[in-house]
Ligand binder design. Structure first.
Ligand SMILES: [Zn+2]
Ligand SMILES: [Zn+2]
Length: 245
């Protein structure tokens, strides 16, 4: 992807990595370039910029590394791009997934604590959501491009921030046990014998239970029946690029 489509109204001059460099990284991480990558890169760059975080991954200076926790409200293409830009990873507990099906993310600045509520620290954060009207703006800009993904890919590079996103400053409580790097005791469920981390156990009738044993009705899985066991599926995953949100 060339850099011929310059970003018009937003200057990322303080940002260590350029839009195009981040987009290439996002494409590699995600497996393809799509409208969601472009939207996600711009959304996350805006979040970092609003918080004054120049170098979230600590590529040049370590001062901003580990300063961010990012809540993401959708598991779609843009989610991967947000992880690439911020350096936040689910496996480092720096991404908190809230499955709300919304193209929105909240960037929490751990270096900006507000007054705590009880034992839970609260941090200043910026929540950014993609505007529903951005899809219409893409249609307005490129009415002759039939393919929605192509149409949005072009438009989302060019549209000014105010036409793509809404922004709100918010306060986000994060309990110490939810923080990256929290060291928890390891406890064993007395029913299934599996280990439980991060204080996720339930105490009931003098017993320690994991979530699956404490509330079987909330399990996301059930044991296979004999019939199901003998059935095999050869369906593969769908990987074609989709329009963003
Ligand atoms: Zn995608
Ligand atoms: Zn259990």
């Amino acid at each position: 992807m060339s850099g011929k489509h310059a970003l018009p109204s937003q200057q990322y001059h303080v940002f260590m990595q350029t839009f195009d460099a981040l987009l290439r990284e996002a494409e590699t991480a995600h497996g393809h370039l799509c409208a969601g990558q472009i939207l996600g890169v711009r959304l996350a760059m805006l979040g970092c910029e609003r918080l004054g975080i120049d170098d979230p991954k600590g590529l040049v200076t370590p001062k901003d590394r580990k300063r961010l926790v990012t809540f993401i409200e959708i598991d779609r293409c843009a989610t991967d791009a947000i992880a690439v830009v911020t350096g936040c990873r689910l496996g480092k507990r720096a991404i908190k997934f809230r499955d709300w099906g919304k193209m929105a993310a909240t960037f929490v600045d751990l270096a900006s604590p507000l007054a705590p509520q009880g034992d839970t620290p609260i941090y200043k954060a910026i929540r950014i959501a993609a505007l529903e009207s951005s899809k219409q703006r893409a249609r307005d800009l490129y009415p002759n491009i039939e393919n929605k993904n192509q149409q949005q890919m072009l438009a989302y590079r060019e549209l000014p921030i105010a036409e793509l996103f809404s922004e709100e400053w918010v306060a986000v409580p994060i309990h110490p046990r939810e923080m990256p790097g929290y060291k928890s005791g390891r406890i064993t469920c007395e029913v299934c014998g599996e280990g439980i981390n991060y204080d996720r156990e339930t105490h009931r009738d003098g017993k320690i239970l994991c979530e699956a044993c404490a509330s079987p009705e909330t399990r996301y899985y059930q044991s296979l029946t004999k019939d199901q066991l003998s059935t095999t599926s050869k369906a593969g995953p769908e990987t074609s690029p989709q329009p963003a949100h």
